[in-house]
Write a protein that binds this ligand. Structure first.
Ligand SMILES: [Zn+2]
Length: 445
């Protein structure tokens, strides 16, 4: 087991900072000594980049095989190390991994995936409200055939969620919320009561049970009766929906029911500016990351051409990051393409994505940082995504950091092997990396 909560993971306001209220974070000038924070910070996240050596890459990892001179320059100027962002008792994914990477202990702050997605959609949760992910799925003969109901179009998804909304319209607490395609939400509005759900409630992600009988994966524990009742009722309602049935005649998968999972209450994340004294923004095409960013009080920087896929506009992300750094102290650039390549088991695509990130993001951003003044730059994935299994994994990720007060170590390249060197820095609790990165040499890391 990785070591659990360090003092860093406790939301602390450095003594010399005045807390900044959530409302005032974006507009108010930072109330910190200008000389202390007159520098820029950047974190670049190649999502899921950490991996194993591949036969197809000459027994090298994708990071070793890719030509990444800009990332290697960060390694040569600064330090390379390892961080473990996903505690063993939590499911590996970007929700947990990035929360750690941003400096927040997921054991303490991660309540579920749905509240993060609700935040991404601008849905405010009260302190006792809950959010639950509501997939539209296809179950046939008791087996999970598709966790996306064959990528159901948003229009039909909206109609089916509408049936569920009508079903619960008289209920003071349970509210369905339409999202995009198969990705919808169910909310519990407490209105002065407490939710029937609790941390003891157990649900299962539908993408983990593809082609398996659903019987062993139905919600269990507190509130499970309500969730199961809604799932059962959706099966009855969807079976009578004409446009849904038309999908069958066209040879497409119908949505046979909703699948409820990923529940959680609003995470009590201390705003980033209050905790670290830097104003931050994030560039991402992924809703989960937008949600965490919103909850941390970050600016969400939308970049045209950011797709969350291999064809994303890498250079545009760099341009927008540089522009945002005119106003912000800290910008996070998240790229999903490396993770997607692993999910597809495509080693060549993963190498290509890493080279694009290196040339089109790390290089120009680092060049700009150098000419503008003091800075620190960090490159780190959130979690490994293995080409071998095509899915997320537990385990250490390599990071490289350079800039003011970050000493040069012996590492000449940025990859899993140099990061695992015995002399390299190692964070068993990944949430300790961000406080180290931001406070290096200033507040005695
Ligand atoms: Zn992924």
């Amino acid at each position: 087991m990785p070591s659990v909560p360090s003092s860093y993971c406790v939301a602390a306001t450095p003594n010399n900072l005045q807390p900044v209220s959530r409302d005032s974070q974006r507009s108010a000038p930072l109330r910190v000594a200008a000389n202390q924070y007159a520098m820029k910070y950047v974190l670049i996240i190649p999502d899921g980049a950490a991996d194993e050596p591949q036969d197809s890459l000459g027994n090298r990892t994708p990071l070793q095989a890719a030509q990444t001179p800009a990332m290697d320059a960060v390694a040569q100027m600064g330090s390379v190390g390892q961080a473990d962002n996903v505690p063993l008792n939590m499911t590996p994914g970007s929700d947990v991994g990035t929360m750690s990477l941003f400096g927040y202990d997921p054991h303490r702050f991660h309540t579920g995936r749905a509240p993060l997605e609700a935040a991404a959609q601008g849905i405010e949760l009260g302190p006792d409200d809950w959010a639950v992910r509501c997939n539209l799925v296809t179950v046939a003969d008791g087996v999970m055939k598709s966790f996306t109901a064959g990528q159901i179009p948003s229009e039909l998804g909206k109609e089916l969620i509408g049936l569920m909304q009508a079903e619960t319209s008289g209920d003071a607490h349970w509210k369905f919320h339409t999202g995009v395609s198969y990705r919808n939400l169910l909310l519990y509005r407490a209105n002065g009561t407490s939710a029937p759900l609790s941390v003891e409630t157990q649900t299962f992600p539908p993408h983990d049970i593809t082609d398996k009988p659903i019987a062993g994966f139905l919600p269990q524990g507190p509130g499970a009766d309500v969730l199961n009742r809604l799932m059962d009722r959706s099966a009855e309602l969807f079976a009578t929906s004409p446009p849904n049935c038309e999908r069958i005649t066209r040879g497409e998968l119908p949505a046979t029911q909703v699948w409820l999972w990923g529940e959680g209450c609003r995470p009590a994340l201390t705003p980033f500016a209050e905790r670290f004294g830097v104003r931050a923004g994030v560039i991402t095409a992924v809703d989960l990351l937008r949600g965490i960013g919103r909850l941390l009080g970050w600016g969400i920087i939308e970049v045209p051409g950011a797709t969350g896929y291999l064809d994303t506009d890498y250079a545009a992300k760099a341009r927008y990051a540089i522009e945002a750094l005119g106003e912000l102290d800290f910008v996070v650039v998240h790229v999903e393409a490396t993770d997607e390549a692993s999910h597809e088991g495509d080693a060549a695509a993963k190498v290509e994505a890493l080279e694009r990130i290196d040339e089109d993001i790390v290089a120009p951003v680092h060049a700009w940082l150098k000419q503008q003044g003091d800075y620190r730059l960090l490159v780190s994935p959130d979690h490994p995504t293995l080409l071998r299994t095509k899915t997320h994994s537990h385990g250490y990720v390599p990071f490289a950091a350079c800039g003011r007060d970050i000493d040069a170590d012996v590492a000449q390249t940025y990859d899993e092997v140099t990061a695992a060197d015995a002399s390299a820095i190692k964070f068993d609790a990944g949430c300790d990396l961000m406080p180290w990165f931001l406070s290096r040499g200033e507040r005695g890391a």
